[in-house]
Structures are given as C-alpha cells and as structure tokens.
Unconditional design. Structure first.
Length: 304
C-alpha cells in the first residue's frame, strides 16, 4: 500500500490516482491521515481484502505530509560513515539521537523560507511506526513499522550550533524544515535493503548512498529509542543522512532564494522543495551569560 494525505484526507495511491479511504471503507476508517495508525492492524486487514473503485487523479501540490501530526519525531546524527568523516567526527559507538518538533512537518511539494544564512539539506529515509514499541529487540523492530517514506532534515546550522553545548532540535524545526512524502509505502512493496537515497540541488546530485551504509540499522535505532521512550503509532524516525551536505563542502553550499531541492529514494518516489527568502529575520539573537546575569541583578535590586 501507498498511503497519502490528499487535501487533508487519507487516500491510497494506485494506478496514478487516489482512493478516498473513508468513502471506500463505508466510514469504517475516518478521513484523518494520522488516525489510521492508531487502528493499524485493522486497517491492514481491511485493505488486504478491499476492492476500491475508480481513482481520482493526484496533483503533487495537493499532497500534505502523509503523517501530519506524529506525537514524536526522532532523528539520528552521523549515521553514515562518510558523513561522520566529512564532519571530522569518528563513527559513534551508539546512536546520536535528537528530535525535530512536529510543527516543522510539511508535504512533499513545499516552499521553504531560508530562515538563516546557514540553511542546509539532509535527505533521509523516514520510518513510520505502526505498533507501539517499548523495549523492543532489534530483531523484532520491523514488526512495529507501518512503512517508510522520504524526508528532508533541513537544518539551520548556525542555530544548531548555538552555545557551548550545541543542541539540534530548534535549528531543525523551523516551519517546513521537515518535508515528508509523497506517501507511506508499506514493507510488502519495498525491499528495504535495496533502497538508495539520491538528493539533487538545482539538478546536480549532491548526495547518494544505499541505506545499507547506515552505521546503525533501523532495528538498532528502534531498540535504542524504545529502551527509554515508548514509540507510539504514527511516530516518525528520520534515520540519518549520507555525506555531501552543504556545510561540509568547500566553500560551504548553503541553501538560497531560488534553489530547488529534490530527494528521491528507490521505489518510494521523490519530494521537491523550492526555497525563498524569508519574509522577516526569523532568528532571534542568542541570550548571553552576561545579559542573563544583568537581568538577575536587576530583578534582585527591584525586590530589595
């Protein structure tokens, strides 16, 4: 199956068109693309025997994020050896995990504001959780997966590196910094070990690698996360990006107004983003230790 979000309604993509799930199931499943993951096993059983009618044509611009409101979005840093090398880092001993906030998610054909002067691209395989996973062993992890899709972990590197102990999440969570789609493809339709990621910037290939190059497999990532945080139906896991990101080029290649980015994964389709100048300065100045201390002193004086 290929599940998509067409005009905020859950559809199945087939034969170049879309089947509205709510109508085709006579109301058994609602129109909300997110809700289906809370009833995943029943949905899979229905879809196996369903005989949907005629499909309606699909325009890419009408597709939204196939999983629009996950409760949790996890992501992985330095999960390809060559990417770790270009970052002047050693391959990590355990997965380096962070989060993207769900408000950054958008559909596959999106316009993205270049929020700062150091916005970068990261094409990735994204895993969608279909069954709650808590303390799941790596060898059992795929049984908890609904399907896979394509994602871009767009990143403002300057915000990502703020402070003496950089944090990733805010710099990766500006609006539309999490494009996904075009559809969630179930595992019966893909050979996960044969998937290859390709990213093109203005038509030039800038990233390309098979997903089998990952340092930590999807099973290991799910085992690591679920040992601490239960993974919930409809959660997303961005599994890391190959080498070739803009920050590590000489000179660095930051995304700019007018750029066009295409990310493709074998058998999953492609997603495309167009980049535009921001309508305003979106990056607040970091608060310094000196400023914080001064504020505290002012407050103490006011109370005395």
């Amino acid at each position: 199956m290929r599940l998509a979000n067409l005009d905020d309604r859950l559809v199945l993509l087939a034969d170049g068109g879309a089947v509205d799930v709510h109508r085709a199931s006579d109301g058994r499943f609602g129109p909300d693309p997110q809700a289906v993951y809370d009833d995943w096993e029943a949905f899979v059983a229905w879809a196996a025997g369903a005989q949907p009618g005629a499909t309606a044509p699909v325009e890419a611009a009408r597709l939204g994020a196939p999983v629009p409101r996950p409760r949790q979005v996890f992501a992985v840093a330095l999960n390809y050896p060559e990417h770790a090398g270009e970052a002047n880092s050693t391959v990590p001993e355990r997965p380096l995990l962070f989060t993207k906030f769900p408000s950054c998610l958008c559909g596959p054909d999106a316009v993205v504001e270049v929020a700062t002067d150091m916005v970068d691209y990261e094409a990735e395989l994204v895993v969608v959780i279909g069954r709650r996973a808590h303390r799941v062993a790596a060898q059992d992890a795929w049984a908890h997966v609904a399907g896979v899709t394509i994602g871009q972990d767009i990143s403002a590197r300057d915000v990502q590196r703020w402070g003496p102990a950089p944090q990733f999440s805010l710099g990766k969570s500006f609006p539309n910094f999490g494009p996904t789609g075009p559809a969630v493809v179930t595992l019966d339709e893909v050979d996960v070990d044969a998937l290859e990621i390709t990213c093109r910037l203005n038509g030039d290939v800038v990233q390309q690698a098979p997903v089998t190059d990952m340092v930590f497999s999807v099973g290991t990532l799910i085992e690591t996360i679920s040992a601490i945080c239960p993974l919930l139906p409809g959660d997303l896991l961005f599994t890391g990006t190959p080498s070739g990101v803009g920050a590590r080029r000489t000179p660095p290649r930051w995304l700019r107004d007018g750029d066009r980015l295409e990310s493709e994964i074998t058998g999953l389709g492609a997603i495309t983003q167009s980049f535009v100048a921001p309508a305003y300065d979106a990056t607040p100045a970091p608060t310094t230790t000196t400023t914080t201390t001064a504020v505290r002193r002012e407050g103490a004086g006011a109370r005395s």
